[in-house]
Design a protein around this ligand. Structure first.
Ligand SMILES: [Zn+2]
Ligand SMILES: [Zn+2]
Length: 200
């Protein structure tokens, strides 16, 4: 039996595990694409800006196909659960902010214990169930219930450019020209340059 994976299953497969962070990235992307009325980005027609460097970024990559490799995913590490997806054609973007979740006092205690590494196996099981419930909530709530969604013009970062390659005169490897540094009058790559700085 061959069944196509759901977008969520695809994201879990890519990310390696199921977690609420991943669910937020997936849901934010789905909400934004729907509001923009577009499909995922084959090329660079969409851009994504993630204001966190957490698990959610992988959800964004799978659902929107804005990826680090293509150069149309930008990380601003503000530590916020905010994802913005925008169309390059129109400059129109959708910014999705996740409102804080309503944890009970008991749930807060449990989270604290787990993150401090002090949870018993029984409590860890309970925490896992709580995470599953939270994932379910994120994936199945309406946008209004869990997010603040803003449609707005987005300042678009420049397209990924192709640069000339130059050769590092120290290690001999080729790299892109804008990353070049000078060291003792020679062109060197950042890797060699950093080693040089460390010696000072
Ligand atoms: Zn994760
Ligand atoms: Zn080098």
């Amino acid at each position: 039996m061959c069944r196509q994976l759901t977008p969520w299953e695809e994201a879990v497969q890519f990310h390696g595990h199921a977690c609420p962070g991943l669910a937020m990235g997936v849901r934010a992307s789905q909400i934004a694409l729907e509001k923009l009325g577009v499909e995922r980005a084959e090329d660079e027609e969409l851009i994504a800006i993630a204001e966190t460097d957490g698990c959610g970024v992988d959800g964004v990559q799978v659902i929107t196909a804005c990826t680090l490799g293509k150069g149309n995913l930008f990380l601003k590490d503000y530590g916020k659960q905010v994802y913005t997806i925008a169309s390059r054609k129109t400059g129109q973007g959708v910014r999705v902010y996740f409102k804080p979740f309503d944890f009970s006092a008991a749930e807060k205690d449990l989270r604290k214990k787990v993150f401090a590494g002090e949870a018993t196996p029984e409590e860890q099981k309970e925490f896992k169930k709580m995470q599953e419930k939270l994932i379910d909530h994120i994936l199945n709530s309406t946008a209004e219930e869990i997010c603040d969604v803003q449609v707005k013009k987005v300042e678009l970062p420049g397209k990924a450019r192709i640069f000339q390659s130059v050769r590092c005169e120290k290690c001999g490897e080729y790299f892109m020209e804008p990353r070049a540094r000078f060291q003792d009058g020679k062109i060197v790559c950042l890797e060699c340059f950093e080693d040089y700085n460390r010696q000072i």
